[in-house]
Write a protein that binds this ligand. Structure first.
Ligand code: 5RP
Length: 231
């Protein structure tokens, strides 16, 4: 046993059995030689568990491109070799989301991994997003603000830019259980921002503010939504 082998997912997983069913559907898509993009969050973790079982049982050779340190460590624990976008392009990816609308636009980034998740989605020809019914909404922004990763020195610049985009609430994401802000794996801050209306061009408008690294708005991507039944 070592520290990585002892790693467990401690956070509560909502609708676990419904998501496990879809995780098995994802695992069934894995073929020998695949390079898989692996999203972050509890749903991606469940899919990774199902994939690891299949890979072991069928002795498949696959590689994973993880989107966070956390999921990298779980790949290591599960014996799935890891690579990066510098060496490989993914054949396909799976990920979760916080909100999905009828156009398949997404809000992601509750875990703060949206920059790597978006880079991966831009690189991947096939994208599977697993959600349960609670995440499917008529309008983006109903339950979650839009997370925006910001270069720290640009915080005020970005705040002013977001005000010009008619943001209705702009909050710096606090660190969990300690003082100060959340710092992402890239050394940046996260702003959680509410808008009256999330229009078609908003993803690009946010990205055009100098100092914005990336937002958790995903609009117009080619993706397949896999629905997990609420359990
Ligand atoms: C992390 C994400 C996650 O995919 C999103 O927050 C959903 O998480 P979960 O599967 O735990 O509900 O975007 O940056």
């Amino acid at each position: 046993m070592n520290l990585i082998n002892n790693l467990e997912w401690s956070a509560e997983i909502i609708n676990r059995s419904g998501k496990e069913k879809v995780a098995n559907e994802i695992a069934a898509k894995v073929k020998d030689g695949d390079v898989l993009g692996v999203g972050s969050g509890s749903t991606s973790y469940l899919a990774l568990l199902a994939i690891a079982e299949k890979v072991k049982a069928e002795k498949l050779n696959i590689k994973a491109i993880p989107t966070s340190l956390e999921i990298t460590m779980f790949c290591s624990k599960l014996g799935i070799p890891v690579t990066s976008l510098m060496e490989h392009t993914p054949d396909w990816l799976f990920d979760g989301a916080d909100e999905v609308d009828p156009n398949k636009s997404l809000i992601k980034g509750r875990g703060g991994a949206m920059f790597k998740e978006k880079m991966l989605m831009r690189s991947s020809p096939r994208n599977y997003i697993i959600v349960d019914e609670s995440k499917v909404l008529d309008k983006l922004g109903t339950n979650f603000p839009v997370p925006i990763e910001v270069f720290p020195q640009a915080l005020l610049l970005v705040e002013n830019g977001l005000k010009k985009l008619d943001a209705t609430e702009i909050k710096l994401r606090p660190a969990k259980g300690k003082d100060g802000p959340v710092i992402t794996e890239n050394g940046n801050l996260v702003i959680d921002c509410k808008f009256g209306e999330i229009g078609e061009g908003l993803e690009k408008e946010i990205k055009s503010i100098t100092g914005v690294i990336e937002s958790g708005l995903f609009m117009g991507y080619d993706l397949e939504i896999l629905m997990a039944a609420n359990s």
